[in-house]
Design a protein around this ligand. Structure first.
Ligand code: VGL
Ligand code: ZN
Length: 211
């Protein structure tokens, strides 16, 4: 692994939770396959932050609360278009727990998101209205953590939204693509990759990262 700078480097592990892994409520294909690599990255990183998707029951992003709507459809909410999901990562459930093999104990911060009933939050930095902050930017800045490496689930939703916001906030931002897996809904992976490249997010593979 690259000698990470202990002063400025943080690994942000996005939503490696049971519901995003095979057998979970919103399973991402191969979601569990990244765990060994993510664990190696955790041990090589000076500072580690985890995010945890953390919805109350009956959250507005759940298709089940909108009459006549099915998962993976879309609705308009006051802040714009919102994709509808199966019920997932409900606070306190097994599905919301980190994957059982994730070596998360080293994490210095766990940031929970998506807990406001009326608004979803893909990004680790802002809710889906793009203005309500989670507090993560302030935390990282206060600690002088300016170079971020993102991994986790899902590439085209929570990882990409987090990476784009990180760039918008001025962080040096890398995503290790083979330490992520995508939902890929209607071309969303290609779209996310294009947006991340255009925003100056560095998209790496772990082999190059280690070189
Ligand atoms: C996510 C959809 C809904 C994610 C979270 O972690 O990418 N996707 N909630
Ligand atoms: Zn969610």
């Amino acid at each position: 692994m690259t000698a990470a700078s202990p002063d400025t480097d943080a690994l942000i592990v996005i939503d490696v939770q049971n519901d995003f892994c095979p057998g979970g409520a919103l399973a991402v294909a191969g979601g569990d396959e990244i765990v060994p690599l993510v664990n190696r990255l955790i041990s090589a990183s000076p500072h580690v932050v985890l995010t945890q998707d953390w919805h109350p029951a009956g959250h507005s992003s759940f298709a089940s609360v909108h009459a006549g709507k099915a998962p993976f459809g879309s609705i308009e909410l006051p802040y714009g278009a919102q994709t509808l999901w199966p019920d997932h990562c409900v606070q306190g459930t097994r599905g919301a727990e980190f994957h059982g093999n994730l070596a998360w104990t080293k994490a210095e911060l766990v940031i929970r998101k998506g807990f406001r009933p009326a608004i979803d939050s893909y990004s680790a930095f802002f809710e889906n209205d793009r203005t309500t902050p989670t507090g993560l930017a302030g935390y990282l800045r206060e600690r002088g953590l300016s170079r971020l490496t993102l991994v986790g689930l899902a590439t085209d939703f929570c990882v990409a939204y987090s990476a784009l916001d990180a760039r918008r906030l001025g962080f040096d931002t890398r995503v290790i693509m083979d330490a992520c897996r995508a939902i890929d809904l209607g071309g969303s992976l290609q779209d996310a990759v294009g947006k991340m490249q255009a925003a100056g997010v560095k998209l790496l593979e772990s082999a190059a990262f280690a070189a």
